[in-house]
Design a protein around this ligand. Sequence first.
Ligand code: ATP
Ligand code: MG
Length: 424
Amino acid sequence: MSQKIQAIRGMNDILPQQTPYWQKLEAILRQLMASYGYNEIRMPIVEKTSLFKRAVGEVTDIVEKEMYTFDDRNGDSLSLRPEGTASCVRAGIEHGLLYNQEQRLWYMGPMFRHERPQKGRYRQFHQLGVETFGIATPDVDAELILMTARLWKALGINDSVRLEINSLGSNEVRAEYRDALVAFLTPIKDQLDEDSQKRLQTNPLRILDSKNPQTQELVADAPKLVDYLDQESKEHFARLCQILDANGIEYQVNQNLVRGLDYYNRTVFEWITDKLGAQGTICAGGRYDGLTEQLGGHATTASGFAMGIERIVSLMEELAPIEISDADVYMVALGDAAEINAMQLAEILRDEMPSLRIRANFAGGNFKKQFKKADKSGAKVALVLGEQEVNDQTVGIKFLREHKEQLLVSQSEITQQLKQILEI
Ligand code: ATP
Ligand code: MG
């Protein structure tokens, strides 16, 4: 036997036992996006490396150490996308979708980051991304939060997630605050964790969300961003809170909530769960008014979020399990004529009940073997055909999950009967 080839670490196969969760989530997401009037956009998985450097930021974890970057055959540096916002803005500028207009967009697909694989953290993972352009007011920030809150309810996981929000203020405010933070932390630099020491030069705001306990203690006494906020950002934030309150959305203001990417300003938010261990953020976003200009477009306000599909699927598996089966109906047939009749009948049922999942037994076997397969399929009923049934144009209905007498009905009535039995 030759050696087995295995998948790349951190890049997962999604197996038939899991796809029902993905399909359910994807179907609900499409419906949700439509119900808020958002349109789908699909971007390539590969972009020029310079796009991510410019959009995400040179000194972020993503660009410094997590990107899958390679030279293509022409010698251009390309990268597998680590996130979608950069590509979405690039596409929007390129196709004239952003200037002087409003857009509400969403996309879903794989992202790639070379991180240490662990539960909830993979090298190929999937995100739903939602981006709005040209709407400066906080109502759209609130709408993004409302739609996610609605999603948790639809998935049955709303009791296990909480919302944190914060305002990062204007870019000027952040620059001013950054200086104050650096001035406060520099004299005590030696007491910070190693990562935070590095970030003091490159991305000091990230020190605020360091997970290191000693750093957290030191940061507790640091100047607060909220004391630097400009009047307009304060009003923006107050209005956001007002809309959330009016809609009964609970939240916690976390003054240390900053996002890992460079491009955010004003509103930032995260949905967090305590049920997944360390990888608890399932959705994160905020406002990024400066990004379009930074990528060479006209200045356009923007706001959006990204959601980690794998983490949400994990939550669904734990909190809202789906009963998984291969079929609703299993066709059992004994003898040549019965086998042909069973396949015809199955086709008729598929014409009349397109949502019904029908599996047919092939390759023969006695009744006992066939019923064993029928049972394993998870089907609720087996439709049974033998020589007698073919001659009489009848079909047996055997209940596989309930103690009920087997029925014998005319083949012409089978659709009606099944609709009643399966409640469709
Ligand atoms: P984290 O703090 O978990 O590293 P992040 O700030 O890097 O998250 P974003 O870039 O904001 O994450 O991505 C949005 C969401 O995508 C995250 O909240 C998470 O649910 C999901 N996500 C990010 N990286 C991964 C990954 N490597 N594997 C699985 N899901 C991920
Ligand atoms: Mg990360």
